[in-house]
Design a protein around this ligand. Structure first.
Ligand code: BGC
Length: 427
């Protein structure tokens, strides 16, 4: 039997070398347009942070709100080495449904009081110190310590935060709880990741997050605001020019909190990966190509929401899928194939954006060595993603791909905030 829907899904999700080249060109053009006008697709947000000296030192608190967790930590930095002295983590949303700090039912005070409670668990009573805040959402930055949230991404809906100065909300929450820790800097997680990357790899000049969300930053030489090198948070999750957007991507986008925005992020990041797989599976079922004569498995599958860990399990353990949904092994293998196609597409799309960024940095064509500092669960944990990305770079760049190293930078958003705090205090 000819599996029509599955075949056309596979075709639509495969990113050819020519498509990658085209996406890379569109990405570079989007960077250039967005630097020229504020109406460009990328926000190109200044970070007021550049090259770390490598001599940063001291003990700093950090807070890091990503899309899934908030983490408070304390780091010691000394002579280029780092030590985590403590960490307390809290989920933003309870998977069992007992609490959800990121729903529209909560306001800024609820969310930031929750952050303060977690900080109270970490810091000793009356302990004081300086703090770096990694806030991983598009924020308009006017100084190293002042940033206003432009708009939530990753389906977060808390009221009263958009348009507010984030470190002011944090400072107010800390003073309500009698915490003496002072925020001195705010930064994006991509920026933190590049700062940490630079400690180990002097030629690191691009930072990428492939986690719950997706975004990238790069080091802009002689930034017009300061005349010095500055890391620019592109907010490249909003990229869409030249992307092969499928009907599944359109379906997912139309149901999202911010239709029409963050198209690249919705195609590649962990928050949306499970939903893309679900959209495809439901199409296959509706076209009688999956769960044939097995309505109960189909109903169970469609009733659930999947995250990137589920996608990973679909890829690695078809037998678990059989057990979980009481389906045939053949069905489980189709689900595995669908998941693999989604993950391969993620790897190739992100690789294409890296080529675009480096072509911009090197004035047209990659000509010198670059390290790309990457953090996030998709790069770190999803099977084969680093290899798939390296292969994709090689497919397009051939020998020149040897100029690019993709490096996992663990805890870029935690440690990066401590380095940024040290930079801020020294200034
Ligand atoms: C946010 C970025 C962030 C990325 C990765 C996106 O949704 O807009 O600011 O860097 O997620 O966490």
């Amino acid at each position: 039997m000819m599996l029509k829907t599955l075949d056309s899904f596979k075709k639509d999700f495969s990113i050819t070398n020519e498509a990658m080249q085209n996406i890379a060109n569109c990405f570079k053009e989007t960077m250039e347009d967005s630097l020229k006008t504020s109406s460009g697709q990328f926000k190109m947000l200044p970070s007021f942070l550049g090259n770390p000296s490598g001599k940063e030192s001291g003990v700093y608190f950090t807070i890091d709100m990503g899309g899934t967790n908030v983490r408070c930590a304390k780091f010691k930095i000394e002579n280029g080495t780092f030590k985590k002295l403590g960490e307390v983590k809290g989920r933003l949303k309870d998977p069992a449904g007992n609490f959800d700090y990121v729903s529209e039912k909560n306001n800024a005070e609820d969310l930031f009081d929750y952050f303060a409670e977690i900080m109270q668990e970490l810091a000793n009573e009356n302990e004081d110190g300086y703090l770096g805040n990694t806030f991983s959402f598009p924020s308009k930055q006017t100084s190293i310590n002042d940033a206003t949230l432009i708009g939530w991404t990753k389906e977060i809906k808390v009221t009263g935060v958009e348009g507010s100065n984030i470190n002011k909300l944090l400072t107010d929450a800390f003073s309500r709880k009698g915490i003496n820790i002072k925020p001195v800097t705010i930064l994006n997680d991509t920026v933190g990741t590049l700062l940490v990357g630079k400690y180990t790899y002097p030629d690191a000049d691009v930072g990428v997050i492939m986690g719950t969300g997706y975004n990238s930053c790069y080091l802009q030489k002689n930034h017009p605001l300061t005349g010095e090198d500055m890391i620019v948070n592109m907010e490249s999750g909003n990229f869409s020019k030249g992307l092969p957007i499928t009907k599944y991507d359109k379906e997912l986008d139309s149901k999202s909190n911010n239709p029409g925005s963050q198209i690249m992020e919705k195609m590649v990041s962990g928050h949306y990966m499970g939903e893309i797989v679900s959209c495809v599976i439901s199409d296959l079922y509706n076209n009688a190509e999956l769960f044939v004569n097995n309505q109960s498995s189909a109903e169970l599958f469609m009733s659930l929401k999947f995250d990137s860990l589920d996608v990973e399990n679909f890829m690695l353990y078809p037998q678990k899928t059989v057990n979980r949904f009481s389906c045939s092994l053949a069905d489980a293998i189709v689900i595995k194939e669908v998941s693999e196609c989604v993950v391969i597409r993620t790897s190739r799309l992100v690789a294409a954006t890296i080529i675009g960024t480096l072509n911009y940095i090197d004035d047209g064509e990659i000509s010198k060595p670059h390290t790309i500092a990457i953090d996030g669960t998709i790069f770190e944990k999803m099977p084969r993603v680093p290899e798939l990305m390296s292969e994709a770079l090689k497919d397009v760049l051939k020998d020149k791909s040897q100029l690019i190293s993709l490096k996992l930078v663990k805890d870029g958003s935690g440690l990066g905030a401590a380095i940024a705090a040290a930079i801020a205090v020294n200034r």
